[in-house]
Design a protein around this ligand. Structure first.
Ligand SMILES: C[S@@+](CC[C@H](N)C(=O)[O-])C[C@H]1O[C@@H](n2cnc3c(N)ncnc32)[C@H](O)[C@@H]1O
Length: 296
């Protein structure tokens, strides 16, 4: 296990369970966002997320979930994502240990392959849980969205003593329509299950305050820590894959080199094409200049 730290942000390269046990004190974390491997066969840099059986997978999950609960401060919050088929297990397990306040659906559209013999899966479930339902952070004012009333002009509330405009700002409901991270988006990193900045922004703004500690035990591209940093929180991100740790070190500006390698976001295919075209154009211009000067 290796820890990289800079200005209130820690990247831990190692196993989540071990790191939580060895490096995170009990009752010390304000917010945990856990997006574990789903046991559905994704390819995490060559490591498959597939356990021997569902029981094995759940046993593993319950172990780190117990640790997460222990690490949360008394007023802390936990968000957990999981495959739709596994979420009922987590729901039943966590409701005995925490208060589940929201069952959120992150919904998105897909331009990819569509199911043709059943209704394709276009959402991922998220549980929002707190330790103490009488005392937890929820910054409603920081996450307001425009209510969709269906009307094109502002409605007037005639039930008020003095009729006035309806307040069209509201706290989002539990269906979150946020696009998935696509290849052409600036935030894209090379990871199969990267979560959008917009999703983490809502979670972190709502359930933490500046300088609070936000922890992600399965950081992947370190979106959680990246957003935490942008919003003035402190962060702890744990990840087992070295390639993804390098993404974290770069995104959090902890290091700009790693074992002699310069850490930079790999160019996208179309950026490479552009730079190739630019090189060819520069070469063409150079030749033209040469031809003109030799004709003089
Ligand atoms: C679903 S992805 C998380 C994606 C992340 N939320 C993001 O926005 O990029 C799960 C991550 O957990 C990592 N992982 C798998 N087993 C782990 C373990 N035992 N400890 C720490 N990380 C692990 C995988 O390498 C993968 O990057």
């Amino acid at each position: 296990m290796k820890i990289f730290e800079r200005k209130g942000h820690a990247v831990i390269w190692g196993d989540a369970t071990e790191a939580l046990r060895q490096h995170v004190p009990d009752n010390s974390v304000d917010l945990i966002f856990a997006d574990p491997p789903y046991n559905i066969g994704k390819d995490f840099n060559g490591n498959k997320d597939r356990w021997q059986s569902e029981e094995e997978y759940l046993k593993w999950c319950y172990e780190w979930l117990d640790l997460c609960v222990a690490k949360l401060k008394p007023n802390g919050s936990l968000y957990i994502m999981a495959a739709t088929q596994n979420m009922p297990y987590f729901d039943l397990y966590l409701r005995k240990r925490l208060h589940i306040l929201s069952r959120i659906v992150w919904a998105y559209d897909s331009s990819g392959v569509q199911a043709r013999k059943y209704f394709g899966s276009l959402y991922e479930p998220i549980l929002f849980c707190v330790k103490d339902k009488e005392g937890y952070t929820f910054n409603a004012e920081d996450i307001l969205v425009e209510a969709r009333t269906g009307a094109t002009r502002k409605l007037i509330d005639y039930r008020k003593p003095v009729p006035s405009m309806y307040n069209t700002k509201k706290v989002p409901g539990n269906v979150w329509n946020i696009p998935r991270v696509r290849y052409r988006m600036p935030e894209y990193e090379n990871h199969p299950t990267q979560k959008p900045v917009a999703l983490l922004e809502r979670v972190i703004r709502a359930s933490s305050n500046p300088a609070d500690i936000v922890l992600d035990p399965f950081s992947g591209t370190f979106t959680t820590s990246y957003v935490a940093k942008r919003l003035g929180r402190r962060s702890v991100g744990i990840e087992i894959e070295e390639e993804y740790v390098k993404i974290g070190l770069r995104r959090l500006e902890i290091q700009d080199t790693y074992s002699g390698e310069v850490l930079r976001r790999p160019a996208k295919s179309y950026e490479r094409q552009v730079s190739l075209a630019q090189q060819q154009f520069a070469l063409f211009e150079e030749k033209e200049r040469w031809n003109t000067s030799s004709r003089r």
